[in-house]
Write a protein that binds this ligand. Structure first.
Ligand code: PEP
Ligand code: MN
Length: 449
């Protein structure tokens, strides 16, 4: 077998010769090749037809007829792939989607930062502690979080573990979203404990009462509520590790076109979006819906280059821009970008990531974000779109279904002194379940019509 046949011809993929930011320094080329071959011989995690369906759903968002809720861990971990963790994150997203649908009267396209978010960009390649210098943690797909030389050495077999962890997560997500767990008729039982114990819970209980009466009314009129027993759910991650993405990229037999089969939607991050770099070249070749994160310093010329590289046909739903400017910058930076993109006739989705521009470190050394600052960025994002008459397409957030104490504030506020209690994130601070649902209610008020 030729090298080309062994990896589906992708060893000659045009993006591989380009500069690629944030790639690990794999110490063992043979191990890397073996990992790539194994991935190339593994079944796809998602199918092209599912990716096309998401593009159609995102086209509705681009037209202003739906919203996106995208969320999950900053960094998934192998040890976090338990039924309880996945179920809790999914349940939180479903709760939030119900709140948003109810307020906006728009369908909510639900996308997990799940089943593939195992790699992280880092601001420095090395970390120093007590005079010891080791490679930075780059996500479980690359190395371990533990600060020891063995754990921090990149290990290519972790790419295969990331695939297996993604497969297990996705299997559970598919079962839960189609097997009755997401049945709207069960909305009240999704989380009794939360409803009983928190201020947002009381508001949530009133909402579930309303939904139950609406369903009862619909049934009494002979309406079919069966479709509400399942829900559509997609998965996404940053397409950071080209050694993972490339062997999982496959030709769709129906159309002969390339698809990344590692997730439905892939994005380029603030640190991997070099317009002439390998990541953008890779994303330009695959037919999945794709997203690009935009930080506060991005200029309109760069954004227009993304349009030309990634969405030359101006296909609604193909491209999503995720603004993460920070609460203090979004009102200044976003308007010109939206105006320029609209003037090009592109129908993109605009999402707000209100988290990554608002991170700071406390004197105790905890990386955190405040719920009020997050809401301030969301409110700026909404105001810009309202002023321009464009559609604020939704949000991209880091959250988890458990009661961690990583972000400050919220309905039952987490204070600086609480951060040490349950700070469990392997990377950036996440909203906990209660903060997430609280945020959904506050955002819902902004969308209410
Ligand atoms: C992230 O989404 O975890 C991330 C690193 O974001 P950004 O690329 O926007 O900095
Ligand atoms: Mn993050």
């Amino acid at each position: 077998m030729t090298a080309e046949a062994a990896d589906g011809g992708l060893s000659t993929a045009p993006w591989l010769g380009l500069p690629a930011a944030q790639q690990p320094d794999w110490p063992d080329p043979d191990a890397l090749r073996a990992a790539g071959r194994k991935l190339a011989g593994s079944p796809p995690l998602v199918l092209p037809a599912e990716c096309d369906l998401l593009t159609r759903r995102l086209a509705a968002v681009a037209r202003g007829e739906a919203l996106v809720l995208q969320g999950g861990d900053c960094a998934e971990t192998f040890s976090g792939v338990g039924a309880d963790t996945v179920r809790a994150t999914l349940r939180t997203l479903l709760h939030m989607a119900v709140v948003l649908t109810h307020a906006s009267s728009l369908p909510v396209v639900k996308i997990g930062r799940m089943a593939g978010q195992f790699a992280k960009p880092r601001s420095t390649a090395f970390e120093e502690r007590g005079g010891v210098r080791l490679p930075s943690y780059r996500g479980d797909a690359v190395n371990g979080l533990e600060f020891s030389s063995g754990s921090r050495t990149p290990d290519a077999s972790r790419l295969n573990r990331a695939y297996e962890a993604s497969a297990a997560t996705l299997n559970l997500v598919r079962a839960l979203t189609t097997g009755g767990f997401a049945d709207l008729a069960e909305v009240r039982t999704w989380n009794r404990e939360f409803v009983a114990s928190s201020p947002a819970g009381e508001r949530y209980r009133r909402l579930t009462d309303e939904i139950e009466s609406a369903l009862a009314f619909l049934r009494a009129c002979g309406g079919d509520t069966a479709p509400l027993a399942t829900t559509e759910f997609f998965v996404s991650h940053e397409a950071l590790l080209l050694d993972y993405e490339t062997p999982l990229t496959r030709v769709d037999e129906r159309t002969g076109r390339l698809y990344a089969t590692s997730g439905h939607l892939l994005w380029a991050g603030e640190r991997t979006r070099e317009a002439d770099g390998a990541h953008i070249a890779f994303l330009s070749r695959v037919r999945n819906p794709i997203a690009v994160k935009l930080g506060p310093t991005v200029g309109p010329e760069t954004v227009l280059r993304y349009l030309d590289r990634l969405d030359p046909d101006r296909e609604p739903g193909r491209l999503t821009f995720v603004m993460r400017a920070g609460a203090d910058r979004v009102r200044d930076v976003l308007p010109l970008l939206v105006e320029k993109v609209s003037a090009e006739g592109a129908q993109v989705c605009w999402l707000s990531d209100p988290m990554h521009g608002n991170t700071f470190t406390t004197p105790d050394g905890y990386k955190t974000r405040h719920v009020e600052t997050i809401l301030d960025e969301l409110s700026g994002f909404m105001a810009v779109h309202r002023a321009l008459g464009t559609h604020p397409g939704g949000i991209h957030v880091e959250l988890t279904g458990s009661e961690v104490t990583e972000c400050l504030g919220g309905g039952r506020p987490v204070g600086a002194q609480d951060l040490g209690r349950r700070y469990e994130s392997a990377c950036d601070p996440r909203l906990n379940q209660e903060q997430s649902i609280d945020l959904a209610f506050r955002l819902a008020d902004m969308y209410r019509r």
